[in-house]
Design a binder for this molecule. Structure first.
Ligand code: NAD
Ligand code: NA
Length: 397
């Protein structure tokens, strides 16, 4: 089968398994081109198959020699459907990790369930040396079933103040168009906090603690985003912002608990805006990202997912140059948030039109990044070649 890209707005309907290998390889090559660092040896990553979670796993494994457990929600080959991008990313990661003799174990399923927590803890006890040094929480999900009351909650990408209308990029049609983000009901705000807030992160830590699998000095980091003024309406003051503030509150609760019992730490890290499966569907966000890339690339301070996570780990979490704000949040988004960067993004934001957006933003770069998430647009992958799905179906993460 020959696999071609098919998009629907900010959603990729297809992905390329051979391209996924290249996607992962380039991130590994970046880490290998940098100095090795002293970091954790045993790591659990929730949301390990794509975006920021995958980049974190790659940095830790190939930069610090960590053995990793990944939890992700992905699909394998079903008939003519080639499986999800995160499925192939995980297989590519496994192959590379195994070559270096690094344990790489994967649990594909629902991280929100208690069953998943029990399975992971059992594995840590019986086959992973008994303890973990670090847990990275990098989930992005639209739905969560609360394991305690059994209710299924759906997150909504909505405003909490008023209807927000603004421009965005439609990668499918390659146009800039107006989108409107409606106002959430109180129920929708509550549900989004249920899905994307800190409750599940806390349940993981409680279960791991009870299971006796946390090491002395254990750390945990959850990923969040704040963003600048131009995105406040859709992010900071949106339903997702409400959920992220809940996540931040949870980090303080967990930090007190871990400090006391394990001399450990819990942090939220505010990451830079990047194109990922999760962010590409947020209204307005893709245009902001394309303008931001333009400015940051011109200034020589642009980072992709791997550079961003590698800096977070080597400089901040396991380094001596943490950037921490007054709310105790790690700030690898510090370059994005620089005044000169934001002033230039705002100036472009005022100038951008459906006619000039391809020239004045880094549209090409943002689109390439989006396509590469799904294994497309690599110059060294032959996209006319037949992909043998029957053969590939034998591979499991
Ligand atoms: P992503 O979609 O690339 O990754 C999400 C991961 O969560 C995948 O591994 C997916 O398999 C996993 N997942 C989803 N539902 C699951 C479930 N029920 N059980 C197990 N695994 C599940 O998204 P991303 O952009 O890397 O987002 C990760 C975190 O980083 C999010 O908290 C996001 O808010 C944050 N973040 C993203 C950006 C950005 O610009 N993309 C910026 C700052 C922070
Ligand atoms: Na992730």
């Amino acid at each position: 089968m020959v696999i071609k890209p098919r998009l629907k707005g900010g959603l990729a309907l297809t992905n390329h398994p051979i391209g996924a290998k290249e996607f992962v390889k380039r991130q590994i090559d970046y880490v290998k081109s940098q100095d090795k660092y002293e970091g954790p040896k045993k790591v659990l990553i929730i949301g390990s198959s794509s975006g920021y979670g995958l980049a974190t796993r790659i940095s830790l494994a190939f930069g610090a020699g960590a053995e990793t457990i990944g939890v992700a929600f992905e699909k394998g080959v079903e008939g003519k459907r080639a499986g999800s991008a995160g499925w192939w990313n995980t297989i590519a990661f496994n192959e590379a990790a195994e070559k270096e003799g690094l344990v790489s174990k994967n649990f594909i399923g629902d991280a929100f369930s208690m069953e998943m927590k029990d399975d992971v803890i059992k594995f840590i006890k019986e086959e992973f040396g008994g303890k973990i040094d670090l847990l990275i929480y990098s989930l992005a999900s639209a739905v969560r079933t609360d394991p305690i009351d059994g209710v299924t909650y759906r997150s909504a990408l909505k405003s909490t103040t008023k209807d927000i209308t603004g421009p965005t990029i439609n990668f499918e049609k390659e146009v800039m168009e107006e989108t409107t983000m409606g106002v959430a009901t109180p129920d929708e705000i509550k549900s989004t906090v249920k899905v994307m807030g800190g409750e599940d992160w806390k349940l993981w830590i409680e279960a791991l603690d009870k299971g006796g699998v946390l090491s002395e000095g254990f750390k945990t980091v959850a990923y969040s985003y704040l963003g600048p003024k131009v995105t406040y309406g859709i992010y900071k003051e949106g339903t997702i912002g409400a959920a992220k503030r809940d996540l931040e509150h949870t980090s303080d609760v967990l930090n007190d608990f871990l400090k006391e019992k394990y001399n450990g730490e819990a942090y939220v890290s505010l990451s830079k805006a990047l194109m990922t499966k999760a962010s590409a569907v947020i209204p307005i966000f893709p245009l902001y990202a394309a303008l931001l890339y333009k400015v940051m690339k011109e200034k020589g301070i642009h980072e992709g997912t791997i550079e961003q996570k590698h800096r977070l780990l080597t400089q901040m979490v396991y380094g001596n140059n943490p950037v921490i704000d007054e709310e105790r949040r790690l700030r690898p988004d510090n370059w994005e948030m620089r005044e000169d960067v934001q002033a230039e993004v705002e100036a472009l934001w005022d100038k951008v039109t459906p006619d000039n957006f391809k020239e004045i933003s880094d549209y090409a770069g943002a689109r390439e990044e989006f396509m590469q998430l799904n294994g497309f647009d690599f110059d060294n992958v032959d996209y006319d070649a037949d992909v043998d799905l029957d053969e590939l179906a034998k591979l499991k993460p």
